[in-house]
Design a protein around this ligand. Structure first.
Ligand code: PMP
Length: 409
């Protein structure tokens, strides 16, 4: 293992909890990750020692809080390789980032009949905002199909692009299939027809190095809570000229340069998109999470998860009646393992695993269209992160076999 997992685990107080009398085996980090002390302490420090609203007060606390908030934005810009700090907009989560784009880019700047290309593996967050924009603004949605092993079919993807394609949006890593897509060839093809590309980085930002300029995407979105940060803080990266061309998403305080009785002028980016008091303590917490991840090294994080995924796929494939979803090659499979079990519903499995302190997710994982394509309604999903041990995968396997015995299937 490339990470010292035992040492890392000591940084996560929640991992020493017990659940139903068992040590907790937390295998649901793709839904939300646990938080290290460094993040809890960074937020505690603001509340105890320097809390005041940002961008307003001409006094010490406000000044310090503002400096910490601005420093967090700069850290995030550097982490993702953005050209400028102003290209990072804080939102509540990836869902809000995508809604912001659906309103301020698609609804505001596209014309009826313009086309948006998505894929069949998208999370609802990268589906429903576009369905709604299409419905209300006459935009046309197209969905790139998948290959049998759950990858985006590049040939079919390319065949959907045309002179009316204005936007392309897809997940860098699938939250269900685990598929890691190399976005560069897709981005190049989209750019060749003049379309802009949004990358849903919810499942890549926490788990691998991401450089938005090297990838060449126009927008990148992710959620802080999946990458060791707190809830309530998300990121939208956008290229300066695109963000500048977009109207605000929400209006009010903090996002204006001047307000009169007859109208208002907007602040420059990124504040134009950050109406109201921002979640600045959460942003500072996310900054601390990024420091933590950078100290581990994102290449090491990915190598650790690749090894765990390889082990999990190998062990799960030996379980009777178990069907794995997504690519079987760990080089293109992020740290999630989704599966179905013959004659056992994922909810029953998840409940029996919970009795043993093992947390996995069961259901459609906010990807109902994908499940419909696969001809199933639900899957069980185990997901891994920097604190996951191979022994926890062993416990999962034992737990599945226990469920099979209990249910006599
Ligand atoms: N996209 C993907 C690929 C995800 O995995 C998730 C969260 N499961 C989201 C978008 C939405 O994230 P959030 O609920 O934090 O907005």
């Amino acid at each position: 293992m490339t990470l010292d997992t035992q040492r890392i685990r000591a940084d996560f107080p929640i991992l020493s909890e017990t659940v139903h009398g068992h040590p907790v085996t937390f295998l649901d980090s793709a839904a939300s990750s646990q938080k290290p002390l460094a993040v809890l302490q960074a937020m505690d420090d603001v509340y105890r020692h320097r809390y005041a609203n940002v961008h307003r007060g001409v006094y010490l606390f406000s000044d310090e809080a503002t400096q910490c908030y601005d420093a967090a934005r700069a850290k995030i810009a550097a982490f993702f390789g953005a050209r400028e700090t102003e290209e990072i907009v804080f939102t509540r989560n990836a869902t809000e980032s995508l809604n912001l784009l659906a309103y301020s880019y698609a609804r505001a700047l596209l014309q009826p009949g313009d086309e948006i290309v998505l894929t069949e593996l998208e999370h609802h967050a990268n589906f429903v905002p576009w369905l709604e924009a299409a419905r209300t603004h006459g935009l046309v949605l197209k969905f790139a199909p998948l290959t049998k092993d759950g990858r985006i079919d590049e040939v079919q993807f390319a065949s959907l692009l045309g002179p009316r394609t204005r936007l392309v949006s897809f997940a860098h890593v699938s939250n269900v299939l685990g598929t890691i897509t190399d976005p560069r060839p897709l981005i190049e093809r989209a750019h060749a027809v003049g379309a802009k590309v949004i990358l849903d980085g919810c499942q890549s930002a926490p788990h691998m190095p991401v450089d938005v300029q090297a990838l060449g995407c126009d927008f990148y979105v992710c959620s802080g809570h999946k990458m060791l940060g707190p809830t309530g803080i998300g990121v939208l990266y956008g290229r300066r000229e695109l963000l500048e061309a977009m109207p605000p998403f929400m209006t009010g305080g903090d996002m204006i340069s001047h307000v009169g009785f007859d109208g208002a002028r907007w602040a420059d980016i990124p504040l134009k998109f950050e109406a109201g008091t921002p979640a600045f303590v959460e942003a500072i917490g996310l900054g601390a999470a990024i420091d933590y991840l950078q100290a581990l090294g994102m290449h090491n994080v990915r190598a650790h998860e690749r090894a765990l995924t390889a082990y999990a796929l190998e062990r799960l494939s030996t379980v009777r009646g178990l069907r794995l979803l997504g690519p079987l090659d760990p080089d293109v499979h992020g740290g999630v393992a989704s599966f179905t079990l013959e004659r056992i519903h994922p909810h029953d499995l998840a409940s029996l695993l919970d009795e043993q302190g093992i947390a996995v997710r069961a259901g459609h994982h906010c990807a109902q269209p994908l499940h419909a394509r696969l001809g199933i309604t639900a899957t069980a999903r185990a997901s891994f992160y920097v604190y996951t041990l191979p022994e926890e995968i062993d416990r999962l396997i034992d737990g599945i076999e226990y469920a099979q015995r209990v249910l006599k299937r």
